[in-house]
Design a binder for this molecule. Structure first.
Ligand SMILES: [Zn+2]
Length: 448
């Protein structure tokens, strides 16, 4: 979608250039009164734009760009166009929800017979799908008061666009598919402020960053463990068009981090249709319990002695608090069965999960429970069991998280997490072969 917007914007600037050219030609031919006429048009358009911007007062500066790309701005552009006597007009329109191609074309006073003719041609090829946000480029020509379509261009998905061109009174409809080719890339960086900005800096796509954080989520607490100077490397798939523009991304093949003074490398491995990430020893990255069962939270109070914020005296804090805004989803830190989902003592709305014969996790102060969360229900790791709140004995929205090992509360941030599965036998042999192949490829790609 980003690239689509980009195209829209580029086309828009081309259109603006065309206008300038038209204006210059016009100035050479006409005399003084027309200068005033043109200045007046500009002034009106400028005042109109200014007024529009003022009406967007609540929007911040960066929204000005989206205003430039908006339909309102296109209307202003058209307004300027209307006053230049060219039979050709170019429109850029951004699809809104509930728009159909027909509805969009009707906004421009185009001859209805022409619209019907065009739509039926497009329908024959089943290419009428347009989705909100997609840019549509329309060029029209007006002759004897009748406005007809000259060309039309719009995307129907990330790689397919439709181009319609008028050929006398017939419309040629063609489907343009971007030929995408798979490419492997290795990118790395040193972390300055945070992982996200350091990854963006070297051109890693946001969805790859999210995927990377998920893969490492069991090993690394992104809120606490990351220090300036830590490094990461990601080897992943990109899909590029014939101009080498990245249109899509694929899977992460390998990823590594140097954090907490140790190197951690993870390899994508598929066996019997099960795909996962494993360390050099063939150990699955997925742990039975997560350290932080919430995204984007800040650890606000750790396990240990502290002055209780409400009771006021020193008391052992038998859990870990994560500050987060009300309504932030809380995940089951491991798979298991719900023991409690109820108001419970000072915990307020409380959920506890039994994972196995050893481990139980508990979550307090929720604003509400997740959908279908009640006693006896089985949940998978990552399932939303509730939302951050401040119910019970609490001074502000946060999650109070406890891990109980054999009934005793332990420090979840220090515990050695019980591991998931380790590959062995045939799977392990295949993993070793695949891992060496990845290492060889990695060494080659690093040199590029
Ligand atoms: Zn607490």
């Amino acid at each position: 979608m980003l690239s689509l917007r980009m195209t829209n914007f580029l086309n828009l600037s081309t259109a603006l250039k065309k206008q300038t050219v038209l204006f210059l030609g016009f100035l050479n031919k006409k005399k003084y009164p027309f200068y005033f006429f043109i200045i007046a048009i500009f002034f009106v358009a400028y005042a109109f734009a200014l007024n529009k911007i003022k009406s967007h007062k609540e929007l911040k500066e960066n929204n000005f760009n989206s205003f430039l790309k908006s339909n309102e701005f296109n209307n202003i552009k058209e307004f300027i166009f209307e006053n230049i006597k060219s039979p050709y007009k170019e429109y850029s329109y951004t699809v809104e929800s509930n728009d159909t191609l027909e509805k969009v074309l009707k906004k421009y006073n185009i001859d209805s017979a022409d619209i019907n003719n065009l739509i039926s041609e497009i329908m024959k090829k089943k290419l009428t799908n347009i989705s909100p946000g997609a840019p549509i480029q329309i060029v029209t020509k007006e002759e004897k008061g009748i406005k007809k379509i000259i060309s039309l261009f719009y995307p129907i998905d990330a790689i397919t666009s439709v181009e319609v061109k008028r050929n006398k009174d017939i419309f040629d409809v063609s489907k343009i598919i971007l030929e995408l080719s798979r490419k492997e890339i290795v990118l790395s960086n040193t972390i300055k402020n945070n992982l996200y900005s350091s990854a963006i800096e070297v051109g890693i796509e946001p969805n790859i960053i999210v995927e990377f954080a998920n893969i490492f989520g069991f090993e690394v607490d992104f809120q606490r463990d990351i220090r300036t100077g830590d490094t990461f490397e990601i080897y992943y798939e990109q899909y590029v068009d014939d101009e080498n523009v990245v249109r899509n991304t694929g899977k992460i093949i390998y990823a590594s981090m140097f954090v907490n003074n140790k190197d951690l490398s993870l390899y994508n491995f598929k066996y019997n249709n099960n795909q996962g990430y494993y360390d050099v020893d063939g150990k699955s990255v997925i742990k039975t319990l997560m350290k932080t069962p919430i995204n984007g939270a800040r650890l606000s109070s750790s396990f240990g002695m502290r002055k209780h914020p409400i009771l006021g005296y020193n008391k052992l804090h038998q859990g870990t608090d994560f500050a987060a805004s009300k309504g932030t989803p809380i995940m089951a830190s491991g798979s298991g069965v719900i023991l409690r989902a109820q108001v419970y003592k000072g915990y307020g709305n409380y959920v506890s999960i039994k994972h196995n014969s050893t481990y139980v996790t508990a979550y307090g102060h929720m604003s509400k429970f997740g959908r279908g969360i009640k006693k006896g229900v089985r949940v998978n790791q990552g399932k939303i069991i509730g939302y951050v709140g401040s119910t019970g004995m609490s001074t502000g929205p946060h999650l109070h998280y406890e891990v109980l090992k054999n009934g005793k509360r332990i420090n979840s941030q220090r515990m050695k997490l019980p591991s998931g599965k380790i590959l062995n036998n045939e799977a392990r042999n295949k993993f070793e072969v695949d891992r060496i192949k990845i290492d060889v490829k990695l060494a080659q790609l690093r040199k590029n």
